[in-house]
Design a protein around this ligand. Structure first.
Ligand SMILES: [Zn+2]
Length: 160
């Protein structure tokens, strides 16, 4: 099994939205959304689903930091106030276990070279297959049904 790391959306991204209430994709005056359904809205920083009554901010986000042909932009939620970034990189978060996921494997040049769907309960099987391809540098996980970005997955290489 290839060791991997689950990486959430950086806290710095969420902090910018919390402070400015605008994103890099033209959305301004972003207002909090109050959750009225349990397990409906996952925060991409702590990788926890919001409890009923919690407030989140919905904005547009791209997991690519530079303009490449595969650069996609989509909706994600983060807690409206600071939360603890997900810090168990070797553990698949529960919210991913309960969802059908779309994984896309990219080369170091940000070209999509693998893509498939997997039930989160057996997520490791597809991570293993993708990282079996030595050209896959990293993976993006999306919710397959809603299409929203969930997290980045990297190989966990020992420090050299
Ligand atoms: Zn959060």
């Amino acid at each position: 099994m290839t060791a991997f790391r689950i990486l959430p959306v950086p806290q710095s991204v969420a902090d910018q939205i919390r402070a400015k209430r605008s994103d890099d994709h033209g959305n301004v005056g972003i207002q909090p959304t109050r959750t009225d359904e349990p397990r409906a809205l996952p925060c991409r920083v702590c990788l926890e689903e919001a409890s009923v009554g919690e407030e989140l901010l919905l904005f547009s986000y791209s997991p690519f930091e530079r303009p490449v042909p595969y650069r996609n932009v989509g909706p994600i939620f983060v807690h409206a106030t600071a939360c603890k970034p997900y810090d168990r990189p070797a553990t698949v978060p529960d919210l991913m276990r309960r969802r059908l996921l779309a994984l896309r494997g990219y080369s170091a040049q940000d070209r999509m070279i693998e893509c498939d769907l997997v039930e989160g309960a057996v997520l490791e099987s597809l991570i293993e297959r993708f990282f079996g391809n030595p050209d896959v540098a990293y993976i993006h996980a999306h919710n397959a049904r809603a299409g929203c970005f969930v997290c980045r997955i990297e190989r966990d290489r020992p420090a050299t």
